[in-house]
Design a protein around this ligand. Sequence first.
Ligand code: NAI
Length: 243
Amino acid sequence: VRRAIVTGGASGIGAGTAERLASAGTAGVVLDREPAPTLPAGWTATAVDVTDAVALGQAIDDAVGALGGLDLLVAAAGVVPPWQPTGELDLADYDRTMAVNARGVVVAIEHAAPALAAGSGAIVVVGSLNSWRGDPNLTAYAASKHAVLGVVRSAALSLGPRGIRVNAVAPGPVATAALRRRLDQRAAAGGPAPDEALSGLAAGTALGRIATIDDVVDAIEFLGGPRSAAITGHLLPVDGGIA
Ligand code: NAI
């Protein structure tokens, strides 16, 4: 039985990942600051804030102990800061965003790496379209998601000799409750109505649609499993084709 830890597994992409892994027979633990409304059968959850390095390290150690080892770490915990037009960047939001999206991932990788199975262990980080592209209203988010790509590529080099692969997925907009909340916030700040914004996002893709959680989970499952055995340090966009 494969064993996984999924940060941010209480909702959205992380929860979808936990469900998919469980349905393929993987045992696992969800680490999230929020309680998980539903958990896959046999999985457990631990409440932890990924910005608390000591607590996160302890939660990972406990999870590895309970699972009897580790084959896969999926780092999906992330936040999107409030929409802030250029020139109005709030530094407290910037620091919080970096602490969750970048530092939280580094700490998770550093703690999980020694426990990962040599030769077959894998780490998949949920980056973003903003890991390679900027956004004039989401500077902090883009900075954090670019940072995480540096983390992934560096970890791929340091863990490669042990046969542990480290990759990231780069979703464009994904049809999640989190995206809906962001579009609502933009509308309240004078942006387009949410449905109009969603149509605009879809129109900006080659395929004419935005990705679903399942689309992203497909890529996470691929990068976390044996069929990507020669792929490491890679960022895989899942965005319907955004130029
Ligand atoms: P979500 O809000 O549904 O899930 C994020 C999870 O992370 C939540 O369960 C939340 O409680 C947890 N979390 C947040 N801060 C935390 C902290 N400090 N400690 C522990 N847990 C924490 O959002 P979604 O959309 O599933 O996002 C998952 C990942 O996907 C994030 O890294 C996000 O940046 C990324 N992403 C999402 C896109 C979208 O359109 N929904 C697009 C591109 C990337």
